[in-house]
Write a protein that binds this ligand. Sequence first.
Ligand SMILES: Nc1ncnc2c1ncn2[C@@H]1O[C@H](COP(=O)(O)OP(=O)(O)OP(=O)(O)O)[C@@H](O)[C@H]1O
Ligand SMILES: [Mg+2]
Length: 482
Amino acid sequence: MTQLDEPMCSLHKTIADLEQALTQSQIEIQALKQAHKQESIDRERVEAELKASQQLLQLVMDTLPEAIFWKDRNSVYLGCNQNFAEDAGVGSPQNIVGKTDFEMPWKKEETEFYRECDRRVMLSDKAELGIIESQLNSEGKQTWLETNKVPLHNPDGKVIGILGTYQDITQRKQADIALQELNQTLELQTLELKSALDQLQQSQLQLIQREKMSALGNLVAGVAHEINNPVGFLMGNLQPAQEYIRDLFELIDLYQKILPNPGKEIEEIIEAIDLEYLREDLPKLFCSMGEGINRIASISTSLRTFSRADAESRVPFHLHEGLDSTLLILKHRLKVNEHRPGIKITTNYQQIAPVRCFPGQLNQVFMNLLANAIDAIDESNQGKSFSEIQAQPNRINVSINLSTCQQWVVIGIRDNGVGMTEQTKQKMFDNLFTTKGVGKGTGLGLAIVRQIIVDKHCGTIEVNSTLGQGTEFILKIPVEIV
Ligand SMILES: Nc1ncnc2c1ncn2[C@@H]1O[C@H](COP(=O)(O)OP(=O)(O)OP(=O)(O)O)[C@@H](O)[C@H]1O
Ligand SMILES: [Mg+2]
């Protein structure tokens, strides 16, 4: 063995070791390369899968009929589906990212409403479903949406944004609006029909009552007219008749003066007719005849007042004349009869200026109220004897006053008749409500009164009634009816 053999030997060994290490490294590198390659294949596969799944998700979202979007905490868009992208006018979903509602075609107030809603949902961490809102979309179409907004959370449960979906409900909304409009029109038509029906009923009522009143009015007017001629004739003749009588007395005086002794036959007649008394009494007789004629004349005037037909417009009218003439027409019902003494009438009329009104209609009111008062009194007399009634006489009080503010004429008609039950009080003004027997009452009187006082004369009616004690009607008519 030479001296070099040993180092050579060790060198060879080292080389062999190195070669082995190299081979080992190459194997490892190869393995690493292989692993790396496998890794990139895996990554590519995962990426492809991820992309496919994202595409599927997008496809799913794009296929849904709803529009879908999601935003971050600041209401900045992070994504949406195709439907939303089209409404927003951004073409495709990726273009929405980073935008806010201010860059969208919606109206300013819509934008503010959406963002306010976003804020509320994120703050309360509670979903809001079925929000009905409007949207002006990219095509310039005003649509109606039904929107749902739910908060989005990170894995820690913190709210990081919102997810929204909506569907276009414009057609439904339009149908709703059309239906509402239709309903309103129908309601309006129903109201119009109802008021037409009411008016028809009122007119019918009035016609019936007017017919009644006009028949009575015609009769009364006819009687007044017939009385008028003979009264005028009497009035005209009374004065000359008095003068003739005076002349005749003067002639008798002259005869007595010239022939103080006319003879037995004449003296007997003078005594028989009691010439002295006759001379004294005859002028008185004429006076009372004159009074009687005046009374008939005033009755005739009252009758004409009562039966006056109304003009189209209001005319000045002394209300007390209306009340007095109505009382006159009803006199036959107020007088004593076999069942009861006469009904005592008291009138308290404050002196007031004539009121501009429809006199014929007000007379109709007075007639109805006074007739009701007499009916109520007659009803209260049922089962009582003449003397019992006499002890507590039947009374009707009629009054006219000016209210303290001078704006209203206040007419009071009070009776001490039977009074009203609570049920009657509730219903007395209803058409056809009556407590009277068949053929006695039609139940139209007070309905007509209400119509004439409230509707026609812009007045009011107050009724105070106590069962068993009596009833008071207080009518108020404005002095100046506008
Ligand atoms: N002064 C009154 N006292 C008591 N009850 C009254 C009085 N006035 C009216 N009523 C009640 O109100 C009801 C309705 O009165 P209304 O005048 O409308 O009809 P009516 O008198 O019964 O019939 P008509 O159509 O003949 O007048 C009466 O039936 C009566 O019960
Ligand atoms: Mg009546």
